[in-house]
Structures are given as C-alpha cells and as structure tokens.
Design a protein around this ligand. Structure first.
Ligand SMILES: [Zn+2]
Length: 407
C-alpha cells in the first residue's frame, strides 16, 4: 500500500496493526521486567534497535497514541512501560564548556510536530542557539527535514518565524522531508510550500550560499552552502527527500568541483534505526519509510534514491565527504554507522530524530562540537525546554570524521 506515511500518522493509522502486534508480543514475554533491567545495564550500542522500536511502540500505545487499538486486557497485561526516556541518562543543568578552539554545528531534526502543534518548542530551540552562539562558538545550524507535518500554510508560518530568529546571527542550511511535500504532507509529488516561505532571493544573498540544483535554478530543495570555521573549509550539501537520480548527479558534480572542501551531506532519509543505510534492493519494505515506498516513487517511475544509492552514487564516489546526517526514522530515532570508501576513508553516517518524545520532541537538538585536531567531534544532545542533556551512549559520544582528502 502506497499510503505509507511516517511518524505520528503511522501510530494513529496505517501502521497500527503492526504496532499492536508488537505490543502483544512484548506483553506476552513473562520476563520482560528482568529483560529490560538487563538491557539497561548494557551499553546502548549493544542494544538491538528492533527491540527499541517495540519498546517505543509499546510506550506510545500505552500513552494513548492509537489507544483505540489496545484492549483493556492487553493494557493490563503489559508490564512496566519503558516510557520515552527509559534508555536516557538525563543530566539537568547547563552543558559543560566547549573545548578551546572548537566550534559547534547545531542540528535540528524533524520539527514537524512543533510546526503543527508545539511552536514554542521550535522557538525555544532557535532562541537557545542564538543565545549560546558565542559561548559554544556555534557557526551553523542544519535542519534535517520534515520541517512541517502536513505542508500547510500555518505550519510553514511557524517554521519561518522560528528559523528566522537565526537571521543575522547564524547561517542555517535546510533539507526537506517527505512531510514537506504535497497537499497534506503525503509526498505524492515534489510540490511544496517551502519556496513560498524560505526565499531564494534572500538565501542567495547570504555569504554562505553556494548554489542550487542546476535544472531547478528557482528552487531551494537541493542546495549547497560553503562554511569556513576553525581554519577549515566545509561544504554542506542539502538534498531533497529521496533525491532524484539527476539530483545525485548534480550533487556529485558539486562535490567534485569543491575538492578543496570537506563535505557534509544532509538529507532526510538515509540511515535506518538498525545501523544500516536504507537499502530498498536489499531490504525492501522491511525497512519502513524507505523513500522507494512513498507515492512520489510510484508517480515518477521510482525516480528516488535511498541511503545505499546515495552512498554508492555520491558519498563513496566523491572522496571528500566527511559525514552524513539524516532524520525521518522512528523507533529510537538514532543510528550510526561507519563505512570505508574505495580510497579507505571511513565516513561516519548518523541518524538523529527526536520527534517521538513528548511534546513533539521535547525540544531536543544535537550539537556537533568540532575539535581543533581536525577530526574529532564531540556529540551532545540537549533540550533547551527541559534544561537537560542526555548522556546515554546513543546521545553523548565522540565521532571521528573521515580523514579529509581535499586538494
Ligand atoms: Zn520523514
């Protein structure tokens, strides 16, 4: 069925049967309590993310999301609810100071629930970034797409007003998600209201602007920006949801033309929560919410690319990508992998998405603190609305970027 939407809609609608199945299966395990206790003692990297998805789905149902599908007997049979922070290690208070000569790139994953229902959380994020620009040496903000939930005028107005708080303070680079396309956010085609609210005339005047997709010079969905920080030269390429094959061609040309820059790719759907890239040929619909499963794929003779296709057609080919970032995926909304290119450069790739937390995501954002050694990044997740960081190993870790191979 092609009406496979992601995110909250799934849990209210078309994926409910699967979730109900999961919760029944989880509830049927007599030793769930001891299992969860055991898992809590494991490093998170050892956890099977499919189990995390089941826990997440169980919590969402227990919390009333799609509650109609959960019978009283099923609910009462359920053992302790893991809750949205079962795997978290929350630490209240301000973040520790940044290291000397480091700089920070901030990441805003899926804001769709904020744009639709929790605008204060969106505003709190961008206000916090402006406020801490100096003390954390923040140099740019990346948005990973699903800016809105249903591509409505009201949601884009919220997104515009929240993002524009960064104007004059911090450059921001945005990718679009499936929910940003088509009436209702159904991703039936590549129409979007994005360009009505974020204007090329304005963005093309910013000092970081590089260029847009050569076949669509009036549109912003495929765009690159330059970024100079810490004595290093970066290029951020932002690609549409499930990029078209010719868009991938264009992006590879852009990366090749900027061989003197370390390239960061942001695109909405790339890695899945199981620590692998989206790979339609290998996994098909077993990896839910692959771009190939959306109506836009059917409407365009499958002219979309998933993570594996972006890896082989762009990241592995260009030899100057240092990392990739994406959002989109539910489950625990987290994933990481490292893959070597043909030249042996090990490229970290990262999924981060907080939209399944309460209040549309509880304001969580990710901070990438680039160290002065030129390769290390300290990763921290922080919520300005909760005033907490999450020090679980999935949320607080050290990343080694691919060795730059720039000329
Ligand atoms: Zn999405």
């Amino acid at each position: 069925m092609l009406s496979r939407h992601c995110h909250w809609i799934d849990f209210r609608g078309c994926c409910l049967a699967r979730c109900t199945h999961d919760i029944v299966r989880v509830a049927a395990q007599p030793s769930l309590r001891s299992l969860l206790a055991y898992k809590s003692n494991l490093a998170m990297s050892e956890l099977n993310r499919r189990t995390m998805l089941e826990q997440s789905a169980a919590w969402m149902l227990a919390a009333g999301v799609g509650s109609a599908a959960l019978s009283t007997s099923e609910a009462s049979a359920q053992e302790p609810k893991p809750g949205p922070y079962a795997d978290a290690k929350l630490v209240p208070g301000d973040l520790p100071p940044v290291a000397k000569d480091s700089f920070t790139i901030a990441v805003l994953p899926d804001t769709q629930n904020y744009s639709e229902k929790f605008p204060a959380n969106f505003h709190a994020q961008t206000e916090w970034l402006v406020k801490h620009k100096a003390d954390r040496n923040i140099v740019a903000v990346l948005h990973l797409g699903d800016v809105t939930n249903r591509n409505t005028v009201a949601e884009w107005e919220v997104a515009k007003s929240a993002m524009e708080k960064l104007d004059g303070h911090l450059p921001y680079f945005m990718a679009l998600g499936n929910h940003d396309y088509s009436e209702g956010g159904g991703c039936k085609d590549r129409t979007t209201r994005y360009n009505d609210y974020f204007k090329l005339e304005k963005i093309s005047q910013t000092p970081n602007f590089g260029g847009v997709y050569d076949k669509e010079p009036e549109r912003l969905e495929n765009i690159y920006h330059t970024l100079d920080a810490g004595g290093r030269k970066f290029l951020v390429i932002a690609l549409e949801f499930g990029p078209r094959k010719d868009v991938v061609r264009w992006a590879a040309e852009v990366a090749a033309k900027h061989a003197d820059r370390e390239v960061i790719l942001i695109t909405h759907a790339y890695m899945y929560y199981d620590e692998t890239r989206y790979d339609w040929k290998k996994f098909g619909a077993k990896q839910t919410w692959n771009p190939h499963s959306y109506p836009v794929a059917k409407a365009t003779a499958d002219d979309v690319s998933d993570g594996e296709e972006l890896w082989s057609g762009l990241v592995a080919k260009s030899e100057n990508f240092i990392c990739t970032l994406n959002g989109h995926v539910l489950g625990d909304g987290l994933g990481r992998t490292i893959t070597a290119t043909p030249a042996g450069r090990e490229v970290p790739q990262m999924l981060v998405n907080f939209q399944m937390k309460p209040n549309g995501g509880d304001g969580w954002l990710r901070l990438l603190e680039f160290q002065s050694d030129g390769k290390t990044v300290e990763v921290r997740d922080y919520s300005p609305t909760r005033g907490e960081q999450n020090e679980s190993p999935q949320n607080r870790f050290t990343l080694t970027l691919a060795a730059p191979k720039v000329s």
